[in-house]
Write a protein that binds this ligand. Structure first.
Ligand SMILES: NC(=O)c1ccc[n+]([C@@H]2O[C@H](COP(=O)([O-])OP(=O)(O)OC[C@H]3O[C@@H](n4cnc5c(N)ncnc54)[C@H](O)[C@@H]3O)[C@@H](O)[C@H]2O)c1
Length: 363
């Protein structure tokens, strides 16, 4: 008997597919719903090799209310992990309407249909981009919120939407604020495969290592950081995936359910989760939590480790800072440790090795 059956929207994507592996390993059943806009069904073959069965897959869009209605009428789900969405900061500045439509309308449609079908538990893919650029790292969940691009705004708006539904409809939400996932499953059979020019640093570095791209641009070496380059919190994608299991188990076990329990279990950390149970609907819960390593790594360090692991030169040039960038962003991870009992286990080097294995098997 599986522990529960979960719907994974966007489950063919980078984080969703790795979470599928972690769910299978932990004894969960799941169905993947994905419109294929940023993933291929080839991911299903990779998943089959790793977990031994081909996962159930529905090609559909989360904005299609009728598809969701039909699905929920025929299948019972204990909860949803909602990955589906668009994720490029740069693209969101060029096409804000697509981001609002996909990320916000998609989430609203999904939540409305889920609640109509009696599904109340949802784990949402949020992002560290919801934190205001003026905050000093490490970032706690109660740091000032604020965004500087349409992508980040859609993530913050969806958090607010989920919180409103928690207050009024009894929705129970864990919103996971991811820092910078990198790497791949250790088998190398699934990994990050962006279509077009990678928007994130690590897949770009891997492209340069294979010779697909000429050089990496480092956007500024005059930041107030130890080596002058930007510092981020890079987390192995399998650690991130396992964080979803820990979050789901905290949510589904009722550990986060009542205000009193919540305060007792997390002591003075309680200010950082917003428990709305007492405010209106007794069941409702909105709990935001960082998933990161708690360690910062500079761009230069990431490139250096990538050079060592791949054995390739990986040429890099210094260019000017990008508007809106900040010097250093990394997570305070004590809430996830205290409440979920989860902590990132894998080192940066392993993430680079696993990411390189995936990349090498693709080329
Ligand atoms: N990768 C990161 O660095 C990062 C960081 C913070 C947050 N996130 C968030 O995590 C989630 C997953 O990110 P990822 O890196 O796996 O991205 P991804 O693009 O690899 O995966 C997203 C998946 O959702 C699917 N999808 C998109 N719109 C859809 C829709 N309307 N209906 C159904 N499927 C749809 C895509 O085909 C894709 O398979 C996203 O919501 C993203 O914003 C990602």
């Amino acid at each position: 008997m599986p522990k529960a059956t979960l719907l994974l929207t966007g489950g063919l994507g980078y984080i969703g597919s790795h979470t599928a592996v972690a769910l299978a390993a932990a004894g969960y059943d799941f169905v993947i719903l994905d419109n294929g806009s940023n993933a291929s069904v080839g991911v299903l073959q990779g998943l089959q090799k790793i977990i031994g069965i081909s996962p159930e897959f529905i090609r559909a869009d989360v904005r299609d209310a009728q598809v969701l209605r039909d699905l929920f009428a025929h299948r019972k789900f204990e909860g949803i992990i909602h990955f589906a969405g668009l994720k490029s900061v740069g693209e969101s500045c060029e096409k804000p309407a697509e981001y609002w439509d996909n990320n916000v309308i998609g989430s609203l449609t999904l939540v409305r249909e889920a609640l109509n079908a009696g599904i109340k538990k949802i784990v949402f893919s949020s992002s560290a981009t919801v934190y205001d650029a003026s905050n000093i790292s490490p970032l706690r969940e109660d740091a000032k919120l604020g965004t500087s691009n349409p992508y980040g705004t859609t993530k913050l708006v969806v958090e607010k939407l989920l919180e409103d539904f928690a207050r009024s409809q009894g929705l129970q939400v864990v919103s996971l604020r991811y820092f910078n996932p990198i790497g791949a499953h250790e088998s190398g059979w699934i990994g990050e495969k962006p279509s077009g020019i990678p928007a994130n640093l690590f897949p770009y570095v891997m492209d340069v290592a294979t010779g697909k791209r000429e050089k990496v641009s480092i956007f500024g070496d005059d930041w107030p950081t130890p080596d002058g380059t930007g510092v981020r919190d890079y987390i192995h994608v399998m650690d991130l995936a396992e964080g979803h299991i820990a979050a789901w188990e905290a949510l589904s076990s009722g550990k986060l359910k009542t205000h009193q329990d919540f305060e007792t279990s997390c002591n003075n950390e309680s200010r950082r989760g917003t428990n709305v149970a007492s405010s209106c609907n007794q069941e409702g819960l909105f709990f935001a939590c960082n998933l990161g390593t708690g360690c910062g790594t500079s761009v230069r360090e990431l490139i250096e480790v990538s050079r060592e692991v791949t054995g390739h030169l990986i040429p890099a040039i210094i260019t000017s800072r990008r508007p809106g960038d900040v010097a250093a962003v990394w997570a305070n991870v004590s809430l996830a440790q205290t409440i979920f009992g989860w902590t990132a286990k894998r080192k940066l080097r392993q993430a680079v090795e696993d990411g390189w294995r995936f990349k090498s098997q693709q080329t």
